[in-house]
Design a protein around this ligand. Structure first.
Ligand SMILES: [Zn+2]
Length: 532
């Protein structure tokens, strides 16, 4: 066992995040990912409070974990009920796990204002519940809820709560900053005071309401806490919990605490993205360590320094957390960015100095017209190909017409407007010019269908390519120009996803450019793979 226990509560506290609803099966998948990350304890949920969590624990009996122990969460017994008759404690006992966490009040004001019971009764509830569960052979973590606020208003009582839990032989006393309002110095002081009072292991559970959850957790570790609770991506109630994606690499890389292995740490970015997918949240690009922008370099000055010394503008080697360095190509770029980008994309293309200069000029030109290649690497790759004299595109756009018509249809109840969209497309493939027409449920859909119709005769495997995301952004008009519309399209062939961009003062033209790039990119890759 490492010196620090990592305890993940994504499945319980994280699931309290606004907008998150994990199914029991989602939870099983997430638990396995957390196991692969080397998390020591995975809190699966509150079996006594909801049927979905009870179902999770029932199904989890069939899982085997390599590194993790599953934990069930619940509260101390209710007032005036004996521990052995308390439904919530019985649910914990019957959850089929080896470890449980029970939460009890660590603050005098919470006991008197919220529980409305005597201060002594709260202490008895805590002691009885821990003793009962320990008597069943379980590992018992005690969450002292509102401990830090309680310590501020009445430290004697807050410490008495810990003392009682320690006497009942809780395996760890977890001090909670439940409302997320504490500062790192306050956390450190309270942990030190608790440290002097008890030899029981101490833990930290911090919330992020002051954006200090990670800092508070690290301060607690420095002050002697040996058990760290948090969630992946910091998901959790209100502003979230302490983010394990920042805590784990900081402990391991910067504080030399060997809480996970190097190989486990290298799974971090993948686990973070996986869980955001399951949560149906867009991954946060700017998240430290794991975000796609965390090691992205844009300024030409930075990029040329990075070429000389790889660590000149980054705090760690991104590979350690499973992330990677990205070179962004933009109007801020120098020629170095272009050369490094070609290398990063793994392209087997040698650009002459003239070609890279030309490419850079083009990028600057296009960016001034609203194109932006940072989120559209497939379009950028096409630009690189197009700058080569000998590049033969799989097709060329000649022109298109799109019609949108609103027709009034009589119905017995009301008049219904029906919008019809039709696109006519002219595309050149080799020496042939294809002319196709298609109707769609909108102008972009009609264009997409007409373009495919033309190309399918030459490239039947294009049926594999699907449009999976379509985003439009209106860019503010700069002086003397009309507002530009930027369209970003994500396409997929079921194996890979790629992003393309179009920009124009006209949304249809912007869409047309992005659509065409999406298909051209796939055809290029597909031909390169020799399977067409
Ligand atoms: Zn919490």
């Amino acid at each position: 066992m490492s010196l620090i226990q990592l305890y993940d509560t994504t499945l319980r506290d994280g699931a309290q995040s606004e907008g998150i609803s994990f199914s029991a099966v989602d939870k099983l998948h997430i638990a396995q990912k957390l196991d692969g990350l080397g998390i020591h304890y995975i809190e699966g949920g509150w079996p006594g409070s909801n049927p979905k969590d009870a179902e999770f624990f029932a199904k989890a009996r069939n899982l085997t974990f390599k590194n993790s122990t599953l934990v069930a969460f619940g509260s101390t017994r209710h007032a005036k009920i004996k521990a052995e008759n308390d439904a919530n404690l019985l649910a914990l006992e019957n959850a089929g796990v080896e470890a449980v966490t029970i939460v009890g009040k660590g603050s005098e004001l919470q006991v008197t204002h919220v529980l409305n019971i005597a201060l002594d009764e709260n202490l008895r509830m805590i002691a009885d519940s821990i003793r009962y569960l320990k008597g069943k052979g379980l590992t018992v973590f005690f969450d002292a809820e509102h401990f830090f606020d309680g310590f501020k208003s009445n430290s004697t009582y807050a410490l008495r709560v810990l003392e009682v839990a320690a006497e009942a032989e809780a395996d760890c006393l977890v001090l909670c900053d439940t409302n997320g309002g504490a500062l790192p110095g306050e956390i450190a002081d309270a942990i030190q005071t608790a440290r002097e009072m008890t030899s029981a292991p101490l833990g930290i559970h911090a919330h992020n309401d002051s954006e200090l959850a990670v800092a508070n957790t690290l301060a607690a570790v420095q002050a002697g806490a040996s058990h760290v609770q948090g969630t992946i991506n910091g998901y959790g109630e209100r502003c979230g919990n302490a983010n394990l994606c920042s805590i784990i690499p900081t402990l391991k890389i910067k504080m030399n605490i060997d809480c996970v292995t190097d190989a486990q740490l290298a799974n971090l970015a993948e686990v973070s993205h996986y869980i955001s997918e399951v949560a149906n949240f867009t991954p946060d690009n700017f998240m430290p360590y794991v975000g796609t922008s965390a090691f992205a370099h844009k300024g030409g000055y930075h990029v040329s320094a990075m070429a000389k010394w790889g660590q000149s503008y980054q705090h760690i080697d991104p590979a350690k957390v499973g992330n990677k360095l990205r070179v962004l190509v933009s109007e801020l770029s120098g020629r170095r960015n272009i050369i490094d980008k070609v290398k990063e994309l793994g392209l087997d293309i040698e650009l002459t100095p003239e070609e890279s200069k030309k490419l850079l000029e083009q990028v600057k030109q296009l960016e001034s017209r609203g194109f932006q290649y940072e989120g559209a690497e497939a379009s950028f790759e096409l630009l690189i190909h197009r700058v080569k004299q000998d590049y033969k595109p799989p097709f060329e756009l000649v022109d298109f017409i799109v019609m949108v018509e609103s027709r009034r249809r009589q119905s017995t109840r009301k008049n219904l407007d029906e919008l019809l969209s039709e696109a006519i497309v002219k595309v050149k493939v080799g020496n042939e010019i294809m002319h196709t027409v298609a109707e769609g449920n909108g102008p972009v859909n009609a264009l997409d269908l007409a373009l495919r119709k033309a190309l399918l005769q030459f490239y039947p495997s294009l049926t594999e390519v699907k449009l999976v995301d379509y985003k439009v952004r209106i860019l503010e008009a700069s002086v003397g120009t009309e507002a530009q519309t930027r369209v970003l399209i994500e396409s997929s062939d079921g194996v890979n996803e790629w992003q393309t961009i179009g920009s124009s003062t006209n949304i249809i033209e912007a869409s047309w450019l992005a659509l065409a790039d999406g298909l051209e990119y796939w055809l290029l890759k597909h031909k390169a793979a020799g399977s067409s």
